[in-house]
Write a protein of this length. Structure first.
Length: 456
């Protein structure tokens, strides 16, 4: 039997179960209104309304080939460009070039040749390789409106915007698009003991949240608009959580490029959610007239995760200061909150057979990084609340209920953005050396089985 992550130390008020905390976060917010964003910032967004052509596509009749625009049958007299064509006249044209007035078809370059007539004047005539009847009426033309007519719907409401969709929008004449709202997020990293680079000395720790939290915020539907590092002073906390954008702060959402954003919809803090002398989260929420929606979760790691709502509708999400605990808190409470603000459903757990048996643990859900091994969810190695090795190799979190699990019993699993798909079997890219058998584990050993060296 395996106990899961390291046991909790200081006790917190654990008002909500894991499921209750997710439900509370999901129910706390409503979808944000649609917003107008420039095409350059619309990648990955969702259309709020159909995309329509602002004019005919293409908006002029053009040539589909290099050659000559011609009128009537040949041979043809070559005339100056920009002049209307009459019968038996031609003018050189390139692919995409606008068809001159009077032209009825395009003769491909390989089907024509320019040669002097009996008077020595250059004439265009069909080459020996031209097919019979070339060029037919309307040959090798791209008629105006061939792809779409003005006002025609090109993409439906709710379409996810990728490179092809943005290119289509540009072709249709759009410089910006109306998209579904996504929450603006500010990250506040706390702690005077945190160093930004190099090897930290005794009593100091290296910053990891700068690399861990922003990508997860984006993966869960948020838009990171600010990132701030503060110490442990209460005044620094109050200023950071007030979240008043300064002049020149760039907008990652909203209207025209360069417009200044309002306050973030969600402020995420790391650390300071305990009840020690340097933990100011709850005091600041109270001073701002806010209310606690989640004040601790009956889970480990990540039990001191806190979610608060302010009177103006903004949210504060307080994550624990240990890395794994913070990610568990973000996946448990932050993801449902960001999903609700984005107008989508939270990520649904997927059931997999448990690769370990777990003893009961009264009133606490264990959220454990796991790797999918032969279709089973098996705990990774290095899963203490301050560790990252297990998380770095994990496919997701297995959610072990307080009553424990038998071996192979179904266990709810949350995927991680960097993990392999939890459904089906992903092909392995491991080398033969990487697939070498692990060291044998003594039969009498009581340590949990480490399946992480195996790959499905």
């Amino acid at each position: 039997m395996t106990p899961g992550p390291d046991a909790a130390g200081t006790q917190h008020a654990l008002h909500l179960t894991w499921s209750e905390a997710r439900a509370a976060a999901s129910a706390a917010a409503r979808p944000l209104p649609p917003t107008e964003v420039p095409l350059a910032r619309a990648l990955g967004r969702t259309l709020a309304g159909p995309l329509r052509a602002l004019r005919d596509m293409p908006h002029y009749t053009s040539s589909a080939m290099d050659g000559w625009a011609v009128c009537g049958t040949g041979p043809w007299i070559i005339v100056e460009p920009d002049e209307p064509l009459t019968a038996h006249q031609a003018v050189p044209i390139v692919t995409g070039g606008a068809l001159p007035p009077g032209a009825r078809a395009v003769l491909r370059r390989e089907y024509g040749e320019v040669a002097p007539d009996e008077d020595g004047l250059p004439h265009l005539r069909l080459s020996a390789g031209a097919p019979p009847g070339a060029p037919g009426g309307g040959a090798d033309l791209r008629p105006a409106g061939e792809e779409a007519r003005e006002g025609e719907a090109l993409l439906k409401d709710g379409t996810a915007l990728g490179p092809a969709q943005l290119a289509l929008a540009a072709l249709a004449g759009h410089d910006s698009l109306q998209v579904a709202g996504r929450p603006l997020v500010k990250l506040v990293r706390t702690g005077g003991e945190v160093v930004e680079s190099g090897l930290p000395g005794p009593g100091l720790v290296r910053d990891v949240f700068s690399y861990l939290i922003p990508p997860l915020v984006e993966a869960y539907g948020g838009i990171l608009v600010a990132h701030e590092k503060i110490g442990d002073d209460a005044a620094e906390w109050a200023a950071a959580l007030a979240d008043r954008p300064g002049p020149g702060q760039d907008a990652s959402d909203g209207g025209a490029a360069g417009a200044e954003p309002g306050p973030a919809d969600v402020v995420v803090t790391t650390g300071g959610t305990g009840k020690g002398g340097s933990d100011h989260f709850r005091d600041i929420v109270a001073a701002m007239g806010g209310r606690l929606l989640v004040d601790g979760v009956a889970m480990r790691p990540g039990h001191p995760t806190v979610l608060a709502e302010l009177p103006d509708g903004r949210f504060f999400l307080g994550l624990p200061g240990n890395p794994l605990a913070a990610v568990v808190g973000l996946a448990t409470v932050g993801e449902p909150l960001l999903a609700a603000l984005s107008g989508r459903q939270p990520v649904e757990p997927i059931e997999l057979p448990s690769g370990e048996a777990f003893e009961p643990e009264l009133r606490r859900t264990r959220v454990i990084p796991f790797r999918r091994m032969y279709g089973m969810a098996s705990p990774a190695a290095g899963i203490g609340s301050g560790m990252l090795r297990g998380l770095a190799r994990a496919d997701g979190f297995m959610v072990v209920p307080p009553h424990g699990l038998e071996l192979a019993a179904p266990v709810p699993c949350l995927p991680l953005p960097w993990g392999r798909p939890l459904g089906g079997h992903a092909p392995s890219s491991a080398t033969p050396a990487q697939k070498a058998r692990p060291k044998r584990r003594p039969v009498a050993s009581k340590d949990p089985v480490d399946w992480s060296a195996l790959d499905a």
